[in-house]
Ligand binder design. Structure first.
Ligand code: PMP
Length: 401
């Protein structure tokens, strides 16, 4: 038979939100709060650097690991911003989006039969990535009662101590939860105690809110400054067991340029590069030029976007509360995660509010355990549209709930 699908491909179900796109196409007035990408254009200086590189004919492959200049800039940036020490030679790999880095890590470190614990709800790509690599997943549910932070109790209840690897995503997609230094410490201890490899997806690291003003522009090096992002790799004994993923899609509004990176000990990054050099060769060259400029000169634009997300975040949270929907105080990324009113499942609510009011949100179940009964609402959309979308949700709730 031709094209007999591999078991791994058959095992992964189609994306749970596809149906919603089909419904959305039936109306022409849909406001989408469903997507996880910035509505901002890439900062101009970064676009300009990409254009200039094209004009100069810089259209060849780069080194497999990414250009030396970009790796040096990343090395300085993560040191300066998050107190992380990764050298440009063998500890940084530039990839086609953080997505490629995540996939490489699963392929480099997961053997058939290995178990990968995943703190959930979380980004939808981890589970398929583990399955494509031949591993098994172990969901570790987080709860609203814990502000969707990962706790050692949750790890123990799920039996994560017996897993081989642990995937974390903070600031979190879809809940908007963050983990402070105090929250992370016991998780780091658990990982050390049980000898877990940790994959930490920190792509939303720049997007945290309610940051202690006295530290807001500070370059964190010592301790958690309010809600400033803290990497689990910065704890004692964690650097040697952690891969950090980051990229330019979110903070620098560069989703379409497809550029991310992995940070880790040389042994791990070299293993990932082994796959990358055969399957990708090098990350997009034009995007690497844009990214270098983004790190060198676009900090103000990033701060401005973060301010705007914060204003939207506060607006959306307060509107959900006015509407009478419970919503947890999201402190990071660009999502909030309200509870659906009684009488609805998340999927029923999401489908009905889309059909009747033309507002697209994503049911929380899609993101794994702990997500049921919630909606992921992205506020990476302008305030005017958010205002209209929330008015429509209010009309829907007034009518049905
Ligand atoms: N990780 C998380 C948590 C995300 O939300 C996303 C994008 N939605 C990605 C990774 C993928 O990012 P990239 O565009 O860099 O591949």
């Amino acid at each position: 038979m031709t094209f007999e699908l591999s078991e791994r491909v058959q095992t992964v179900p189609p994306s749970g939100i596809r149906r919603f796109f089909e419904i959305a196409e039936e109306r022409d007035d849909v406001i989408s709060l469903g997507v996880g990408e910035p509505d901002f254009a890439t900062p101009w200086a970064a676009r300009d650097a990409a254009i200039t590189s094209l004009e100069q004919g810089k259209t060849s492959y780069t080194a497999n690991r990414g250009t030396r200049e970009l790796r040096e800039a990343i090395s300085e940036y993560v040191a300066d911003r998050f107190g992380l020490g990764y050298g440009p030679d063998e500890e940084i790999l530039v990839t086609a989006g953080a997505s490629e880095a995540v996939d490489l890590a699963f392929r480099a470190f997961v053997d058939p039969g290995d178990t990968v614990a995943i703190a959930q709800p979380s980004y939808i790509s981890y589970e398929p990535g583990v399955i494509f690599a031949g591993g098994e997943t172990l969901p570790v549910p987080t709860t609203e009662a814990d502000d969707f932070r990962l706790t050692v109790d949750a790890l123990e209840d799920a039996g994560a101590g017996d897993a081989d690897m642990l995937v974390l995503c903070y600031p979190n997609n879809p809940t908007g939860a963050i983990m402070t230094e105090a929250d992370l410490e016991p998780v780091a201890e658990f990982a050390r105690e049980h000898d877990l490899t940790v994959l930490s997806d920190e792509i939303y690291a720049e997007l945290t809110y309610d940051v202690d003003e006295s530290h807001s522009s500070a370059r964190k090096t010592e301790s958690s400054a309010g809600n400033e992002h803290v990497s689990i790799a910065s704890f004692d004994g964690m650097r040697e067991r952690t891969i950090v993923f980051n990229g330019f899609s979110k903070a620098h509004a560069m989703t379409g340029l497809r550029l991310g990176y992995a940070l880790g000990p040389a042994k791990a990054v070299n293993a990932m590069n082994k796959i990358h050099q055969y399957t990708m060769l090098s990350a997009p060259t034009t995007a690497q030029h844009a990214a270098l400029e983004a790190l060198e000169s676009c900090e103000n634009e990033v701060r401005e976007m973060v301010d705007q997300y914060d204003r939207r975040r506060q607006f959306v949270l307060s509107r959900f509360r006015e509407i009478g929907m419970d919503v947890f105080e999201a402190k990071g990324a660009f999502y909030c995660f309200p509870e659906v009113p009684a009488g609805f499942t998340a999927e029923e609510f999401a489908e009905a509010v889309l059909r009747e009011q033309g507002v697209a949100v994503v049911p929380g179940d899609v993101f794994g355990e702990g997500g049921d009964g919630h909606l992921r609402v992205s506020y990476a959309t302008g305030l005017e549209e958010l205002r209209e979308a929330l008015a429509r949700i209010e009309a829907f709730v007034d009518e049905h709930a």
